[in-house]
Every structure is written in C-alpha cells, then in structure tokens.
Design a binder for this molecule. Structure first.
Ligand SMILES: [Zn+2]
Length: 235
C-alpha cells in the first residue's frame, strides 16, 4: 500500500496490511475510481480478484478516502484473506438479477462483525455513518414492494440491533415490521442470527433461509491466501 494511504490507518492496522501483502505476495492498491465501480454507498469498496493463483487487491474510492473509510475496507480484506471466513457467493447458473441480492446479503452479514471492530478505532465516525445509513434506508422502505420491504426490514433490524445498537432505529423498524405484517418474521430472523453469533456458516444458512432465497442458486466460498486458491461448497 502506498505510504500516503498507509499513514491514514491506525498504527495497529499497519501489521494487517503487511501480513496481507506478504502472504498474498501482492500490494493492496488504493485508488480513485468511477462512482459506478464503487459498490458500497458511493464511498469506497474493497475488491479481491484471484486469477490463476495471482491476487489483485484493491480499495477503490470516489473523490477522497477518509481514515475511517479506509479502515472499514481494510477490515473487509482482513476478514476475507487473513481470517479466511466463509463467504456467500453466486454460482455459475445464478441469474444476474439475483447476484446483486447475494452481494448485498454477504456485505450486510460481514458488517455485523466489521462495525463493532471499526468502532474501536473510529467510534464517532462509525456511529455517524451507520446512523445516517439506517435513516436513509428506513426512509426508502416506503418505495419498495412487499418483498423488498420484508428483506430490508429484516436486514436493517439485524444491523441496528446487533451492530449499530441504535434503539431509535430498532424502534422505527419494529413499527415498520408491525405495519407490513413482518413482526413474526423479524423475531424469528433475529433469534436465528443470535444463535449463529460467531459462526459464519450458520449465519449464511439462516440468512438465505429467512430471505427466501433459493439455496441451489448460491454457495459458500473461502479464500486460502497462502495457497492462492478459493474453495467452494454447497450451503
Ligand atoms: Zn463494508
């Protein structure tokens, strides 16, 4: 990682960068990119590309990247590469329209771990970002169809209750769940998630089931950074 970006990170994360780069034998490239290539909330996104055992590791951002945002993206890379956590991914036969859903599910599940982690370094920035994000997404529920409301109320409730710990947003989402007939679905989902607390495989299974997503159209995958391979398996 270029020195000008490395200095943005908290000191104790410098060793994370060094370990990722050493074990993958690749540099983490931090670079400005066109907004349409930056998936996450228009701020930045971490991209991992593995081609014949060679890693391309990137953090793309629009306009500028803050120490908080770079830390958030590095935590995504740390989870996927150093910890080799199981990820939810699409299969060859997954229709393009459903791949977006899987990307959203996986990103939201990872945020259940990453938000509490980033809070240790940037408590104010994290709280400000995620409270705004929750407000924005709750404000958009009105424009979704019933299916979209069901999924988003469940996912936003998980983030609000377990990661951001915002009582205000949790209460607003409870009101939305009651209004749309999703109260039992939310209770069931949150109980399932609590039971999967530190087990990503169980979390993926619970997530896919509660979202009503066809399990034959997705799979689990994990990176082995040392060997330059990605192993996949059924749910
Ligand atoms: Zn993220």
């Amino acid at each position: 990682m270029e020195a000008k970006y490395l200095t943005l990170l908290p000191g104790e994360l410098h060793t994370v960068v060094a370990e990722i780069e050493h074990r993958s034998n690749s540099q983490i490239i931090v670079q400005p990119a066109h907004a349409q290539n930056v998936a996450e909330q228009g701020l930045a996104s971490a991209v991992i590309d593995l081609n014949r055992g060679a890693w391309a590791l990137m953090v793309n951002y629009v306009d500028d990247i803050s120490p908080y945002t770079l830390t958030h993206e590095l935590l995504h890379l740390k989870r996927a590469l150093l910890e080799g956590v199981t990820r939810l991914t699409s299969r060859d036969q997954t229709p393009q329209t459903l791949i977006e859903d899987l990307i959203t599910f996986e990103n939201t599940m990872e945020h259940l771990w990453i938000i509490p982690e980033e809070q240790k370094f940037f408590p104010n920035e994290s709280a400000s970002h995620w409270n705004q994000d929750l407000s924005r997404n709750i404000g958009m529920l009105d424009s979704l169809n019933h299916h979209g409301q069901h999924r988003n109320i469940l996912q936003l409730s998980a983030i609000s209750q377990f990661a951001v710990r915002s009582q205000t947003h949790t209460d607003e989402l409870r009101a939305w769940a009651d209004k749309t007939g999703n109260a039992n679905n939310v209770d069931h989902f949150l109980t399932d998630i609590r039971g999967a607390a530190d087990n990503k495989t169980m979390l993926i299974q619970a997530w896919v089931r509660n979202m009503g997503f066809p399990s034959q159209l997705c799979q689990r995958a994990r990176y082995d950074v040392d060997r330059g391979v990605e192993a996949t398996s059924a749910l």
